[in-house]
Design a protein. Sequence first.
Length: 105
Amino acid sequence: MLELPFDAEGRLVGQVACTTGCEATIRAGSRSLLQRVLEHRAVGLVLVHNHPSGDPLPSRADVIATRRLSALCETARIELHDHLVVGGRSAVSMRRAGLMSRAVT
C-alpha cells in the first residue's frame, strides 16, 4: 500500500510505502498511518494498493477497512480523498465507485 499525504493546497508532501495488505495495514496500523500523515502536516490523504490477482475491484474487506479509516481520519480532521485499487493495467477509484461513504458495515 502507498500512502500519499497532501497539504491544504493539494500539494503532495510525502509518500510512504507499506508492504502489508490494505486490510491488515489499516486494521493494525491506523494510528501509525495517521501519525505519519500528521508528521507531514497533511490535511488530505490518498491510498493506493494493488491486487496481485490482477482484478482491480475492491474487495469487501477493502471497503470496510477504508470506511473505518475514513471515519478515523475525520476525527483527526484529515480528508481521505480516495483509495485506488490497482490490478494489472487497470485501477478503480473507490470514491468514483461510490464506496467511500463513512458508514461502517
